[in-house]
Ligand binder design. Structure first.
Ligand SMILES: [Zn+2]
Ligand SMILES: [Zn+2]
Length: 187
């Protein structure tokens, strides 16, 4: 099981006042999201970071390891091009700032907004033949949706439902950011 939360760095058992957003497994934490530093975008960086787990033959076209790492390098290059300035490895000066940082990562890289008009059921005909309908998740709104208008690519996934009137970015971003506050568990 993994635990995701903001955690303080310790030095000789003493808290340092520096916070990262981390994934903890078997009592060992590693920074994730933007707190993890700029991702590796070259073979040399992969070798440096992954040590014995890095491919020992990059030209081995058949080698699953090499291919996986080359794909990762490609994905990382795209991320760095788009969000490079947000990656850092110097931590934050508060728990809240570390949570804000991970929330921003979830918003930038793990959240997809869909067209609320397409998901919105406006007549009985729209609902006919559908297995399930969903109510708009804004307070006291009873508009009906046929599909999520927001999906989050996280463990087990997360979906939100908002009608066209309530599908606004501020509301959705606040909801996504709230995922990074507190602690979550993943198995
Ligand atoms: Zn951070
Ligand atoms: Zn609504």
């Amino acid at each position: 099981m993994k635990t995701l939360k903001a955690a303080q760095r310790h030095d000789d058992g003493e808290p340092t006042g520096i916070w990262d957003y981390v994934s903890i497994r078997k009592r060992r934490g590693r920074p994730i999201g933007y707190c993890a530093g700029v991702p590796a975008t070259t073979k040399e960086e992969v070798e440096e970071r992954f040590g014995p787990n890095a491919p020992d033959d990059w030209d081995d076209e058949e080698g699953v390891w090499a291919r996986d790492f080359l794909d990762m390098i490609d994905r990382n290059r795209e991320k760095v091009e788009q969000f490079g300035h947000k990656y850092h490895d110097d931590g934050h000066d508060s728990k809240e700032a570390a949570e804000e940082c991970y929330g921003q990562y979830l918003w930038d890289q793990r959240t997809t907004l869909h067209d609320p008009e397409e998901a919105h059921a406006t007549s009985l005909d729209d609902v006919k033949g559908t297995k399930q309908t969903f109510e708009c998740q804004a307070d006291e709104c009873e508009e009906v949706l046929l599909a999520p208008t927001v999906t989050m690519n996280i463990y087990l996934g997360a979906e939100f439902y908002y009608c066209p009137d309530h599908h606004d970015e501020d509301r959705i971003k606040e909801r996504v950011m709230s995922y990074a506050r507190g602690t979550s568990w993943q198995s």
